[in-house]
Design a binder for this molecule. Structure first.
Ligand SMILES: [Zn+2]
Ligand SMILES: [Zn+2]
Length: 236
């Protein structure tokens, strides 16, 4: 009987589970303005503001700490399946996803004309509806967009040895630089470069080091834009 109440409202820290009466009412946002911290010594919960919160403003926390690099549709489906709501936060309601086009694909029509256009959902809260280039109006179906993203994902995962080149290729011609698939691939590449075994057998060259720095800077930029500064993902 009480299991769903625990599942949806409790805070989990190591082997302890705590149900906090007031904190359990905090709402979710993909760009939260607060974080929750449970003390490891007295097990009290603290809700800490991470941005200015004025009287009457809602306090938002992030329910999905692993979702920032997940495909946007998967991320929203995760919230729907696990918490039973359709997220309509600032980020989810914005067709440009704060100007970053996390789910967008490059417009081939604009590209042929030497322009840079990104195809994004016309209704971000119903991504299965039509998608359209923000610059030229070229329309793609959701199925077509999904196929482009799936092909790009396969291309990125097809060869670890050529990862860097593939990431560059996809980033410039198929998906915009902040698309979550590109960001995931960059992070996987960084993990390979920073792996101890890789570093002892294959010293990264200057190009690889530059790639690594750029990838990490991008990652930090996006985390700082979306989350309060003391969020554990930022690591300050
Ligand atoms: Zn959201
Ligand atoms: Zn276009």
């Amino acid at each position: 009987m009480c299991s769903p109440v625990i599942d949806f409202n409790a805070c989990l820290r190591k082997r302890l589970v705590g149900l906090f009466e007031k904190a359990s009412f905090l709402s979710h946002s993909c760009t939260p303005n607060a974080i929750v911290v449970v003390s490891p010594t007295n097990h009290r919960i603290e809700v800490i503001a991470g941005r200015p919160i004025f009287k009457g403003d809602p306090i938002y926390i992030d329910y999905d700490y692993t979702g920032d690099l997940r495909n946007r549709l998967e991320h929203r489906n995760f919230l729907t399946c696990n918490y039973f709501f359709n997220c309509k936060c600032t980020l989810c309601s914005d067709p440009t996803e704060m100007g970053l086009f996390l789910s967008g694909i490059i417009c081939t029509k604009c590209k042929r004309r030497g322009r840079q256009g990104v195809i994004a959902p016309t209704d971000p809260l119903n991504m299965e509806n039509s998608w359209q280039c923000r610059k030229c109006g070229f329309e793609r179906t959701y199925a077509a967009v999904t196929k482009v993203v799936a092909d790009a994902t396969n291309m990125l995962g097809s060869s670890v040895g050529n990862y860097e080149q593939i990431v560059e290729k996809v980033r410039n011609s198929i998906l915009p630089p902040f698309n979550t698939v590109v960001m995931q691939a960059e992070l996987s590449t960084v993990k390979i470069f920073t792996n101890e075994d890789f570093q002892t057998t294959c010293k990264p060259d200057n190009k690889s080091v530059d790639f690594l720095k750029t990838a990490m800077r991008k990652r930090l930029d996006i985390l700082e834009l979306f989350y309060p500064s003391m969020d554990r993902r930022i690591g300050k």
